[in-house]
Design a protein around this ligand. Structure first.
Ligand SMILES: Cc1cc2nc3c(=O)[nH]c(=O)nc-3n(C[C@H](O)[C@H](O)[C@H](O)COP(=O)(O)O)c2cc1C
Length: 219
C-alpha cells in the first residue's frame, strides 16, 4: 500500500485540522472547568490535551478562538483568573460532557445547564465537577500564542482529586477499568477504554533475538 504525501503548506486550516484529528487518535479529553471573575462557572471539553511533564506536573490544553474571533470562555476565564481544573470524563458522563461543548454565552453556568454539581476547589478558586472520577486543580504556568486564533496553555497541577475506588494510595496506580475514561476520535467520534491489554517494554537483548520483529508485509 502506498502513502499519500500531504504537504501541510498546501492545506487550509480546516483540512489540516481534519488530517490531524482523524489520525492522532484516541485523544484524551480534558473536561475543563473555570470560573469568571463575576463568579459564573464554566465547563467545556478539550481534546487537544495531554500531560507533558511530571516534574513539574504539567497539563497542556490547545484552545482555538470562537468562530467569530472571540476567546472561548475557558481561555478568557483562565486569562483573568489564572486557574482551571481538568476533570476526566468517564462513560457515565459522556452525554453531559457533550452538552457542555455547546456554544453557550459566558453568562451561562454550563455545569448547572448540564445537571452537574460543582464542588469548590481546594487549592484554587475554581470548581470541579462532583460527578467526574478525577479532577486536577491547575494554576496557569505559561501560555503560548501559536497564532492569532490559537493558544496552548500549560497548567501546573496543584492538587488531584481521584475517586477512592480508582487509585491505590500505597502504589499510586489507578485502575483503568474503574476509571472508564472516554477518548476522542475524528469527527464526532469517541472511543471507550474498555478494550485493554498489557505489553511490557522489552529489553534490548530481547529485541536482538529477532523474535519480536514484525513479520508479514505492509501491503
Ligand atoms: C470532545 C470534544 C473535544 C473538543 N476539543 C477542543 C479542543 O481541543 N480545542 C478547542 O478549541 N475546542 C474543542 N472543542 C470545542 C469546545 O468544547 C467548544 O468550542 C466549547 O463551546 C467551548 O466552550 P467554552 O467557550 O465554554 O470554553 C471540543 C469539543 C468536544 C465535544
Amino acid at each position: 500500500m502506498t502513502h499519500h504525501a500531504i504537504r501541510f503548506a498546501d492545506l487550509t486550516e480546516r483540512q489540516a485540522y481534519k488530517v490531524m484529528i482523524g489520525t492522532v487518535v484516541p485523544r484524551p479529553i480534558a473536561w475543563v472547568t473555570t470560573v469568571s471573575p463575576e463568579g459564573v462557572a464554566n465547563a467545556a471539553p478539550y481534546s487537544f490535551f495531554n500531560c507533558l511533564s511530571a516534574d513539574p506536573p504539567i497539563l497542556a490544553l490547545g484552545i482555538e478562538n470562537k468562530p467569530d474571533g472571540r476567546f472561548k470562555d475557558t481561555a478568557w476565564n483562565i486569562r483573568r483568573t489564572e486557574v482551571f481544573t481538568v476533570n476526566i470524563c468517564d462513560m457515565a458522563n459522556l452525554v453531559p460532557m457533550s452538552a457542555t461543548a455547546a456554544g453557550f454565552e459566558p453568562e451561562t453556568d454550563e455545569l448547572a445547564m448540564a445537571g452537574l454539581a460543582a464542588v469548590p476547589g481546594t487549592m484554587i478558586d475554581c470548581p470541579r465537577i462532583a460527578e467526574a472520577p478525577v479532577a486536577f486543580e491547575c494554576r496557569r504556568h505559561v501560555s503560548i500564542a501559536v497564532s492569532g486564533a490559537r493558544e496552548i496553555i500549560l497548567g501546573r497541577i496543584e492538587m488531584a482529586h481521584v475517586r477512592e475506588d480508582i487509585i491505590d494510595l500505597d502504589t499510586h496506580y489507578s485502575d483503568a477499568r474503574r476509571l472508564d475514561a472516554v477518548g476522542r476520535m475524528g469527527g464526532d467520534g469517541y472511543c471507550s477504554t474498555r478494550d485493554l491489554f498489557d505489553l511490557a517494554t522489552p529489553s534490548v537483548a530481547e529485541v536482538e533475538t529477532g523474535r519480536l520483529r514484525r513479520t508479514g508485509s505492509t501491503d
